[in-house]
Design a protein around this ligand. Structure first.
Ligand code: GLN
Ligand code: ZN
Length: 761
């Protein structure tokens, strides 16, 4: 009985790759230094999987930035603006595409399906020339082989690659990206030929777009692509891997009839219909890679349950054709529980990170083969039982309060335009008010202060005074810049979710449970293991302190319930909406306490609302209903004069605009500049938006400093579709990842642009 891992985290157990990348980008280390760290990481991952007994070990799941960008490099599909002249793509071109450089902006980045991982969106058009320009897949295969590990090289499949790309600038919007299939397949053939020559006997194509609602035309592209590749693939075992949901019945039929494909990978955790689909018909003689171990979460697998699922599948596909696998790449979970020395031991027994999941996969495969490790299975069963019955999981009062919310509506009594009038009478803001999204640069010094306080190396007094000083610097800077609505800069926060989770009950924390978000950025999602409540105010002290330093309005800054939910590892023993309602009630208390403390503007970030949207349309309405309801619960009982802002890190929400309006916030700030102002098209198409809105005027993901003219130009474009009195001027997102040397000139230009336009109104 065989075992397989779809993909593995590449950052390293202590984020080694992050630090190596950042030091390289800062010019503090060489390309060789970076390559050395990467080589060591890959070697240790392969060795770990080989030692655990995994049969099908992936390669080319490592990446210096992003696996989709790697594919763009493989295909030589470099957008013209990077002035690449051909040859093997090196770090210069690669990282310019990823991050922009002094003269050229980065490529667009967007969420990878419904995860918090972001990929770099390929920009293609009829003139894109494709040529084999990165040998990374083959190099990694050979590298593993030299270490004695025969791996399964992983490529993003050609159809998913095209479906995830967008027409390049200047190319008409409706350009049929799939028409490029015949241009990219020759490159895939070259790669396949080289892999074969290097000795590969398996190849894995990740085609996760197969879980989406696809029309017949898109589905036909899969048949066309894999038929076209058939002769190139002959002699290889070909695995098409899907994940994040089940494959719809129609697509399942198409997929399982591809003759060049010998194995199928399915997500049996999120793909709730998959087992039934397989039972209803699976092609004889093909392999089933059964993704039973959850790659998206940190819970230990219920091994007994998985084993019985696997046994049922074995009866359908045959003993020698069943391979135990993970539901998706393990890059969406934390790396290694071994490094969690401070975690409560009961909670720890309920968990499994990537390294432990590898062991679970192998143990299941062995059990199926009749070599069950009884002690291991017994320990797992005991942990499952302790999680089910532990009193720390349940809080009756919270359960009752959350249950009472269901079925009834919660919203502010007055409508938004009346509220905005009442707020303006109090706030007296100029037209096109300027603001920022919350965080200011997090300096090395600041991180040191937080770290030392956490480690109890400095006293609470020292900590508070250091943070106060930082807030006062940020306040002064904003006053100098003449920003209208200020923020305190969030210096006390490591992370916008962790900060709240740490103060809520029902949450647990890891020391090293990092998950890649984009590039070198990682997040450390809290673990929601029990009912959620808020024992004490979480932000009131800092917001009050900051407000006392200025006469301008200071925004209270909270993370919303949906975002806390979507950016946490959520318990899997009750529906997600139940957990969300519990968090909403906790945030509601905080909102009310901020208002009582005299804070007049409160921003409740729902950065991740869009990304929680289920992948399939049929499930959207239900999710949006409880998500939007949860947001409204947080502020349904405050005064008209208190202004509620929300912020979203996503612009492609044309399809959910009515839900966003239904959130009933007074002002929304949204990412905009990196997505080609897609957002504005919603309003161009006539959607009425009465609340305040601040589409980001510049990209904070890049070090590039936007000019006043460029920002003014953006504002003018917005004014063409939005009323003057509702438009706000702000960056795309928080500034914590930027440097002051970037932030000061960028915000100076932003304020100048707003002032310039005010004089032209
Ligand atoms: N208030 C947060 C910040 O500025 C928002 C971050 C986000 O939207 N991702 O950092
Ligand atoms: Zn944001």
């Amino acid at each position: 009985m065989a075992s397989h891992i779809v993909g593995y985290p590449r950052m390293g157990p202590k984020r080694e790759l992050k630090f190596a990348l950042e030091s390289f980008w800062d010019g503090k280390s060489t390309a060789e230094d970076l390559e050395k760290v990467a080589t060591d990481l890959r070697a240790s991952i392969w060795k770990q999987m080989a030692d655990a007994g995994i049969k099908y070990i992936p390669s080319n799941t490592f990446s210096y930035y992003d696996q989709v960008l790697d594919t763009t490099a493989m295909l030589g599909a470099v957008p013209e603006r990077y002035s690449w002249t051909g040859g093997e793509i090196g770090f210069d071109t690669y990282f310019s595409m990823a991050r922009g450089n002094a003269t050229v902006p980065a490529m667009e980045m967007t969420k990878w399906f419904d995860t918090n991982y972001h990929f770099i969106v390929p920009e293609l058009g009829p003139n894109t020339k494709f040529s084999y320009s990165s040998h990374k897949a083959v190099n990694e295969y050979k590298e593993a082989k030299a270490l004695g590990v025969d791996t399964v090289p992983v490529l993003i499949g050609p159809v998913s690659y095209l479906l995830l790309s967008k027409p390049a600038k200047g190319v008409e919007k409706g350009f049929p990206l799939l028409s490029l299939l015949s241009s990219i397949l020759p490159v895939y053939k070259e790669v396949i030929a080289e892999l074969k020559a290097a000795g590969a006997s398996w190849i894995q194509f990740d085609e996760p777009t197969l879980v989406l609602d696809l029309d017949a035309h898109k589905l036909a592209a899969f048949s066309a692509a894999y038929t076209e590749l058939e002769s190139a693939l002959s002699g290889l075992n070909v695995l098409v891997e899907t994940y994040f949901a089940d494959v719809p019945a129609e697509s399942f039929k198409t997929l399982t009839s591809l003759s060049s494909v010998t194995a199928y990978g399915f997500d049996l955790v999120r793909g709730t219909q998959t087992v039934e689909l397989i039972k209803s018909g699976f092609p004889a003689g093909k392999y089933l890679f059964a993704g039973v171990v959850d790659g998206r979460n940190i819970w230990a697998d219920d091994l007994a349950a998985s084993l019985s699922t696997l046994q049922a599948l074995e009866a359908v596909v045959g003993k020698d054709k069943l391979v135990v696998s993970t539901s998706c790449s393990l890059m969406h979970t934390a790396v290694d529980l071994v490094n969690e020395t401070k975690l409560d031991s009961e909670i720890k027994s309920w968990l499994a990170f990537a390294a432990q999941k590898v062991v679970e996969v192998d143990a299941l495969a062995k059990a199926l083969a009749g070599q069950k490790d009884e002690a291991y299975f017994a320990a797992n069963a005991a942990a499952q039982a302790s999680r089910r019955s532990s009193p720390r999981v349940t809080n009756e009062e919270v359960q009752k309060a959350a249950a009472a919310l269901k079925g009834s509506d919660h919203r502010r009594a007055t409508n938004v335009s009346a509220r905005l009038d009442a707020q303006q009478r109090k706030l007296n803001l100029p037209v096109l008010p300027t603001t920022t999204i919350g965080s200011f640069p997090q300096t090395v010094e600041l991180r040191r202060v937080r770290r030392e306080y956490k480690a109890k190396k400095i006293s609470e007094e020292e900590y508070v005074s250091a943070i106060k000083e930082e807030i006062s610097k940020v306040v002064k800077l904003q006053e100098e810049l003449d920003i209208d609505v200020l923020v305190h800069g969030e210096p006390e926060r490591n992370d916008m979710v962790e900060y709240f989770g740490e103060q809520l009950s029902g949450f647990a924390f890891t020391a090293n449970g990092w998950v890649q978000s984009y590039g070198s950025r990682c997040v450390k999602p809290p673990i929601i293991y029990g009912d959620v409540s808020r024992p004490n105010p979480m932000t009131v002290f800092w917001s009050k302190t900051a407000q006392s330093m200025t006469s301008r309005p200071m925004k209270g800054m909270l993370t919303g319930p949906v975002t806390i939910l979507n950016w946490s590892f959520v318990r899997n023993d009750q529906p997600r909406f139940e957990t969300c309602y519990q968090i909403a009630l906790a945030i509601k208390k905080e909102v009310e306490d901020l208002e009582a403390a005299g804070i007049q503007v409160i921003q409740i970030d729902e950065a991740a609302l869009r990304e929680g949207l289920p992948l399939r349309k049929a499930e959207h309405a239900f999710y949006l209903d409880w998500a939007v309801h949860s947001f409204r619960i947080t502020n349904c009982e405050i005064k008209d004069t208190t202004q509620i802002h929300t912020h979203m890190c996503y612009s492609n929400f044309n399809d959910i605009i009515h839900s966003i309006i239904n959130m009933d916030a007074d002002v929304i700030t949204i990412e905009n500049s990196r997505s080609d102002e897609k957002l504005l098209s919603v309003f161009r198409e006539g959607v009425k938006y009465g609340a305040g809105i601040g589409p980001g005027v510049y990209d904070i993901h890049s070090p590039r400093i936007p000019s006043t003219e460029e920002i003014a130009d953006r504002i003018n474009k917005m004014l063409a579709v939005l009323d003057t009195n509702i438009l706000w001027v702000n960056p795309d997102c928080g500034l914590k990842t930027r440097k002051y040397t970037e932030v000061k000139p960028a915000l100076t230009n932003m304020v100048s642009a707003a002032k310039l336009i005010r004089t032209q109104l």
